[in-house]
Design a protein around this ligand. Structure first.
Ligand SMILES: Cc1cc2nc3c(=O)[nH]c(=O)nc-3n(C[C@H](O)[C@H](O)[C@H](O)COP(=O)(O)OP(=O)(O)OC[C@H]3O[C@@H](n4cnc5c(N)ncnc54)[C@H](O)[C@@H]3O)c2cc1C
Length: 325
């Protein structure tokens, strides 16, 4: 049995959930294992209804008032009792803030190996091999999973195409009886939302990012205008943040956010490795840079070699016109 631990926020499934389902469906096809999606929360009826339409075998709803807010202690306690009842082959979780928090604790409790930040997998004979990126994503490492299952893995956001999740299922939904014992050691004191007008970049489907090529803070309006015209969020390289043109939440890269949108437009960004590791798993990368040798073009799917002050307003106009048409 393959277990996929669904992530959700504000009564919506997060994009990583579909990506994990794709990962699970591919492994299931190769290893002939059924899939169970697990959802923890306090009123997850609608979300379980959405999950059951995916091509999976079962949805387990763990419902309890104490699961209304994510907490690693309650999550581990409930998942441990679920997994103890079945014989899991593989447990898939997101390599997200949440997954990175509870996955190691869960794997330790169930004495299984955890392969974190997976981007691919393969089957060699009957053996499961998981690929993860190491050294700031400069190298891939293949890990042969040994020993008896259960195996645990977290998947990097964007590594599996969530829009390829197979639907058309009618999985059975089972409510798992939750009993929480003890008081969680950790308490959520406060949830700090991203500043108004800015979405969480890690789940934004379209990002327009600007770099030092914009020359000065005032010119960043060009980026905001293009982002608005295509319905995207704004990101930035580190020098932009260091120069205080934008707050730290906007920074993409090794010391900022890791993003994996469907479309990433890099404007006046050279493509230093510290920036690339934060965005190179984006589905489609468009780079606008006047230097044809800029390293960003090595990861870009489309490149425009020209002056951004000419290209960006022209693109904004095209998208605005398209929206009005
Ligand atoms: C420990 C560490 C952590 C770091 N973490 C991060 C991080 O998280 N994120 C990050 O981004 N960086 C990070 N950096 C910094 C990183 O090394 C680079 O310095 C940085 O990414 C460069 O930003 P940039 O591309 O905006 O600027 P530059 O490298 O200066 O590039 C500007 C680009 O704009 C182009 N350009 C200029 N004018 C125009 C024009 N008119 N039209 C079109 N193109 C134009 C230039 O050709 C150039 O390619 C980190 C560095 C270290 C040491």
């Amino acid at each position: 049995m393959i277990f996929v631990v669904a992530e959700h926020k504000d009564n919506k499934l997060r994009p990583i959930t579909s990506e994990l389902l794709v990962f699970g469906q591919r492994v299931a096809r190769d290893f002939g294992e059924p899939i169970t999606a697990v959802i923890l929360g306090s009123s997850t009826g609608d979300l379980a209804g959405e999950l059951k339409t995916r091509k999976i075998d079962r949805v387990l709803r763990a419902e309890h008032a104490g699961l209304a807010e994510y907490n690693p202690d309650t999550y581990v306690q409930v998942l441990q009792s679920i997994l103890n009842k079945d014989k899991p082959f593989l447990v898939l979780m997101g390599h997200t803030t949440q997954g990175m928090d509870f996955a190691p604790r869960l794997a330790v409790r169930l004495c299984g190996p955890l392969i974190s930040g997976c981007v691919e997998y393969e089957k060699q004979g009957e053996r499961l091999i998981l690929t993860r990126q190491i050294f700031n994503a400069k190298m891939n490492m293949k890990t042969l999973v040994r020993g008896e299952p259960p195996y645990f893995a977290t998947a990097s956001p964007g590594a599996f195409p969530g829009d390829e999740v197979e639907s058309g299922g009618n999985a059975e939904v089972i409510v798992f009886p939750v009993q929480l014992t003890g008081t969680p050691k950790r308490k959520i004191l406060n949830r700090v939302e991203a500043p108004k007008g800015q979405t969480d970049l890690s789940s934004a489907p379209i990002i327009v990012s600007g770099g030092r090529g914009l020359k000065q803070k005032e010119n960043f309006n060009l980026i905001f205008e293009l982002a608005e015209a295509i319905g995207g969020s704004v990101g930035a390289s580190r020098p932009v943040v260091d120069a205080e043109w934008l707050p730290r939440e906007y920074q993409v890269g090794s010391s900022g956010q890791t993003v994996s949108p469907r479309l990433y437009i890099a404007v006046g960004i050279s493509g230093a490795i510290q920036h690339l590791v934060g965005m190179q798993t984006s589905r489609c990368i468009v780079a606008i840079n006047k230097d044809p040798e800029a390293p960003i073009f090595k990861v870009a799917h489309y490149g425009i070699v020209d002056d951004l002050f000419k290209v960006v307003p022209a693109l904004t106009k095209i998208f605005k016109d398209l929206r009005q048409a």
